[in-house]
Design a protein. Structure first.
Lengths: 295, 321
């Protein structure tokens, strides 16, 4: 067996891959949070619950309608995104003129309702979700064994993140969005319907969370608590990266996932706390976050 | 000559003082009509909410991680009383000191950000302490520290007697509320309110805002720790539930429901939330769902809480909540 730094190389790369997968989810979720925060000035605490609902949509349409993974990948963001739009129109839109903290409190309450509801209906033990047939099996890369599904998750999330980045940085719609983030009144005065833009942005951010949920379903089991377990770590990721930049959110997400994987190899006791320690260090050195602007 | 009138301390029985007196009498008589454990749980959480309100209501900082002070103090008190044989008052002091120290470190880092970021940072630190509590051997993981001895207060008051325990909790609660009242009405408290209302102006007036914020944070953490320590003595148990983010959310809910920045609001909110927990404890997740619904209703409709709704009505009768 080959050793690297005294660690079997298989184990090292195995943990790095796990870290990369976690990083992919951190990146997708913090990207959605950053998008929503940019335009709505709201930290969407419901994000974790919406990610969980994405996974549940996949599991439910399989059980009740026989619709498989690929259909779920399309249906989940549509359904959960539509629910998000409903939430934005009926509740969040009443809060824009108030202190931003109210948005956090409202979405926290929503997260409790959604999580409690799913727990009441489905218990907390969770349900397994099989890897789709096309993506079963794995490749032996020589230095490690790569399950195809895990490779697919990393590629899919990279594709989604870069797609979102291109949409925002390179298209006309994205330019409206960036302008509205800077100065909504002025953009409104130019005839852009800012409220609709805000609603669509929230729907889009939520849909991203739902896609992440479907991607996560075969890896972690489908469980009502999966959202709240990940969302607090994602908050730390967001504090580390700063919410000023889309690319920053993506890069920070992947980097911290990898760091977590490395910690699991070298000092497993600290694996669950390492991201928070990094957050403390970043707060000491650069409080506005690695990619944050101003304070 | 224009001489300033020296304010004379008014000793007359205003409606405000009558109300406080009536509440005190009610609290003294309560254990004869209501289950003392419920009352003590309510008082512990009321103190927790009052400590949290000191930060949110008077400095404008929303901490989403106060469970770490509450929970860790409760662990340290339980450990000190059970493993080291500390007397209850020393065990509680050890818990409060731990919470204050934890507050100093996390507060020092967290006050570098404000608003939403402050909430996220405190939540993240509290989650980190939750993981520490899962892994540290002295907390006994999922089991928690069970069978904590209540012991003898000051060596001669047997706290195993539930009435003695109740009056001790009540005394600590009343003393803490007076202490908080003293803080917010002191010159220090006035500066805190100035920071809450207009931070740049407070800075331009020459106040070292960071130090004020940090001191308020540490005081709030220590008082939250006191609540947690008392709870572990009352229930003879310290568990993971007290460090979980759910507990942080609950204290936000109690304060919001009762009325942010009011004197009695958090106490009212705490008793309401504890009552809901008690009545619905058999129904599984319904407690969480109902708490979530109350959160949503409070934010959308009653942003000033119970005290905010009842306040104007009582103000007409000369009572300031």
């Amino acid at each position: 067996m080959t050793l690297l730094f005294g660690i079997p190389i298989q184990a090292l790369f195995g943990q790095l891959l796990l870290g990369l997968i976690n990083g992919a989810f951190y990146a997708m979720l913090s990207l959605g949070l950053a998008l929503i925060f940019g335009l709505l000035n709201i930290i969407n605490f419901t994000h974790g619950a919406q990610y969980m609902m994405g996974a549940f949509v996949a599991w439910l349409v399989l059980g009740h309608a026989g619709l498989g993974y690929w259909a779920a990948l399309l249906l989940a963001p549509l359904l959960v995104g539509a629910l998000g739009i409903l939430i934005e129109r009926t509740m969040l839109s009443r809060l824009y003129k108030l202190d931003h903290l109210y948005g956090l409190l409202l979405t926290f309450g929503l997260a409790l309702v959604i999580e409690g509801g799913f727990r009441q209906l489905y218990g907390i033990s969770g349900a397994p979700y099989a890897v789709p047939e096309e993506l079963q099996g794995g490749w032996n890369l020589g230095f490690m064994y790569l399950p195809i599904y895990r490779g697919w998750v990393v590629l899919a999330s990279l594709f989604l993140c870069l797609g979102t980045w291109l949409l925002i940085e390179k298209t006309k719609l994205g330019s409206y969005l960036r302008a509205a983030t800077e100065n909504p009144q002025l953009v409104q005065a130019f005839g852009v319907n800012v409220p609709v833009l805000v609603t669509l942005t929230y729907g889009f951010g939520v849909a991203l969370a739902a896609i992440a949920g479907v991607l996560a379903a075969p890896i972690y089991s489908v469980n009502p608590l999966m959202g709240s377990n990940i969302i607090i770590v994602v908050f730390a990721v967001v504090v580390i990266g700063g919410m000023g930049s889309i690319l920053g959110a993506i890069v920070t997400g992947f980097m911290l996932g990898l760091l977590e994987g490395l910690t699991k190899v070298f000092y497993p006791e600290a694996a669950s706390t390492v991201i928070f320690v990094v957050m403390a260090i970043v707060l000491m050195i650069k409080p506005q976050g690695l990619f944050g602007k101003g304070s | 000559m224009n001489q300033k009138a020296i304010p004379v301390r008014n000793r007359a029985m205003t409606p405000q003082r009558l109300l406080v007196l009536a509440l005190l009498l009610l609290a003294l008589a309560a254990p004869f009509g209501i289950y003392p454990i419920f009352l003590m749980k309510g008082l512990c959480f009321a103190l927790f909410a009052a400590a949290f309100n000191l930060l949110l209501g008077y400095v404008g900082l929303l901490s989403f991680g106060h469970a770490m002070f509450f929970g860790f103090a409760s662990y340290v008190t339980a450990h000190a009383a059970k493993e080291w044989g500390f007397s209850p008052e020393l065990a509680i002091l050890a818990g409060v000191a731990t919470a204050a120290a934890l507050g100093l470190v996390t507060g020092w880092l967290a006050i570098r950000r404000s608003g939403i970021y402050f909430a996220m940072v405190t939540l993240a630190f509290s989650q980190m302490m939750f993981f520490v509590a899962i892994q540290a051997p002295f907390t006994h993981g999922e089991d928690g520290i069970q069978g904590v001895p209540r012991g003898h207060l000051l060596g001669f008051i047997d706290l195993n007697d539930s009435l003695a325990m109740y009056y001790f909790v009540l005394a600590v609660f009343v003393a803490s509320l007076l202490f908080i009242h003293r803080i917010v009405t002191s010159p220090f408290g006035q500066v805190l309110k100035a920071i809450r209302d207009n931070e740049p102006r407070a800075i331009s007036l020459g106040y070292e805002v960071e130090r004020y914020k940090l001191l308020a944070f540490v005081l709030s953490a220590a008082l939250a720790g006191l609540a947690g320590s008392m709870k572990s003595v009352v229930f003879q148990l310290a568990s993971l539930a007290d460090v979980h983010w759910h507990a942080s959310g609950e204290v936000v809910l109690m304060t919001l429901l009762g009325g942010v920045g009011t004197v009695f609001g958090p106490t009212v909110g705490a008793f309401l939330v504890v009552a809901i927990q008690n009545y619905l404890s058999e129904t599984g997740s319904w407690v969480t769902i109902i708490q979530g619904v109350i959160f949503i209703l409070c934010v959308l409709m009653f942003r000033r809480g119970m005290a905010g709704m009842l306040g104007p009505m009582m103000k007409k009768r000369g009572i300031d909540v």
